[in-house]
Design a protein around this ligand. Structure first.
Ligand code: ASP
Length: 421
């Protein structure tokens, strides 16, 4: 009890420190507008170090925590049942998120009346490699054990982890040694992540300062509409979809859910990394009553494949780019965006800035100019903070719902068994 109280106050301390880092970073950025090189040459490198540390731990953290999650479920049927529900929840909410992003961006006319000069349009398209949907699917499966780990190809890493988990379960007693190793490594990786997280106030400060110093508020103004609309759609999605699902499928009051989730949401907002937020998310969902074995499977999977915020962002940006380049998108093209953005968000790694890379795939699928990416890149950090918060909250909502449904199933089984006796 005493210990958990102490831990709690430590977490609150860190959250406050992160906010402080953010605010100080913004102030510092403003002050350094005339001396941008100080911000980019001396402050930004610390942000890069922080991000590199997160990227370093991503692969071991995901592989060991997903394998461990599968092993702790003990039987393959149970993994199948939880896995199917999880994937269903993730895919449905993500497809809805893109559609919602498109709807909001179209209705609120995200590009405004601003249309880029047509000469800017010249150089796009032909240089772009077209990636087919089928290739994207085939690429989920690795042809080699080591390469995906080296290149941090996250979907392939997940496939490896799943096969490993199943292999260990099937090996039974003989797999025990590996199972113990995985369990211990997963603990160690979480501890390493916690150490990196402890550095996040400095990391957040060092990341935000150069953004404000180099962009300034003036350059943000034309893009403020995009930011406003992306934030609006994200907040609405969080309120409607996650309140709705936790209430409907788990009978949990949205108030309780958001209150319990606030440390993880705040951390997601300031770190812009779903993977980095994983330890916070595990703790928050467990405090909300989710079983550890469910959370440790659903959350790491979500941190790598479930990105509703990224999907909203891709929908909103696609419409923004189409509008400012004066291109009309038909209904069929918008459907195509829903399909590719759902896939793209699944392939987006849960680290800062990766959503913008996958945006290229979405733009390509409907022939939108890739130059558009350069426009939104400048404000990516600000957009990333909102989309990561949605991503992380979505993972937690799914955990709460799947956990409740598994518990319902167990209760039903117990009731049937007691009737039979
Ligand atoms: N930063 C996001 C995340 O970690 C991914 C993205 O860039 O969209 O969830």
């Amino acid at each position: 009890m005493e210990k958990s109280k102490r831990q709690h106050s430590k977490k609150i301390g860190l959250t406050t420190k992160i906010i402080l880092g953010l605010v100080l970073g913004i102030i510092c950025g403003f002050l350094l507008q005339e001396h941008q090189s100080i911000a980019t040459d001396y402050i930004k490198p610390f942000g890069t170090i922080f991000l590199n540390l997160i990227k370093t731990i991503v692969v071991p953290l995901v592989i060991f925590s997903i394998t461990q999650g599968i092993i702790s479920l003990k039987d393959i049927k149970k993994v199948g049942s939880i896995g199917a529900k999880t994937i269903m929840f993730y895919v449905c909410t993500t497809a809805f998120a893109v559609a919602f992003g498109l709807l909001v961006a179209n209705t609120l006319n995200v590009g405004g009346s601003y249309v880029l000069n047509s000469s800017t349009l010249q150089s796009y398209d032909s240089a772009v490699n077209k990636v087919s949907l089928m290739d994207t699917f085939v690429n989920i499966f690795p042809s080699n054990f080591v390469e995906p780990l080296l290149n941090a190809t996250m979907l392939q890493v997940i496939v490896i982890a799943i096969f490993f988990g199943f292999g260990i379960i099937k090996a039974g007693e003989k797999g025990k040694v590996v199972a113990n190793f995985v369990e211990s490594m997963s603990e160690v990786c979480i501890k390493i992540m916690e150490m990196i997280i402890a550095l996040s106030p400095i990391g957040v400060f060092a990341l935000i300062t150069p953004v404000v110093a180099t962009n300034g508020i003036a350059i943000l103004l034309p893009l403020l509409r995009l930011i406003g609309i992306a934030y609006f759609a994200s907040i609405l999605h969080i309120i409607v979809i996650y309140s709705g699902t936790v209430k409907l499928f788990a009978g949990m009051s949205p108030r309780k859910f958001f209150k319990g989730m606030s440390p993880a949401m705040l951390f997601a907002f300031s770190s812009a990394s779903s993977i980095g937020s994983l330890p916070f998310n595990l703790e928050c969902t467990e405090k909300l009553g989710a079983d550890k074995e469910v959370a440790s499977f659903v959350l790491p999977l979500g941190a790598t494949i479930n990105m509703d915020g990224t999907a909203i962002y891709q929908g909103v940006c696609a419409i923004f780019i189409a509008q400012i380049f004066g291109i009309d998108l038909g209904f069929g093209q918008q459907l195509m965006i829903i399909l590719t953005a759902t896939l793209a968000s699944i392939g987006t790694a849960g680290v800062p800035g990766s959503g913008v890379i996958m945006l290229a795939m979405v733009l390509q699928s409907v022939g939108l100019p890739l130059e558009g990416i350069a426009l939104v890149q400048g404000i990516d950090r600000i957009l990333d903070m909102a989309r990561t918060t949605v991503n992380v909250t979505g993972d937690a909502a799914c955990t709460i719902c799947v956990d409740a449904s598994e518990k319902r199933k167990l209760r039903k089984r117990a009731a049937v068994a007691s009737l039979e006796n």
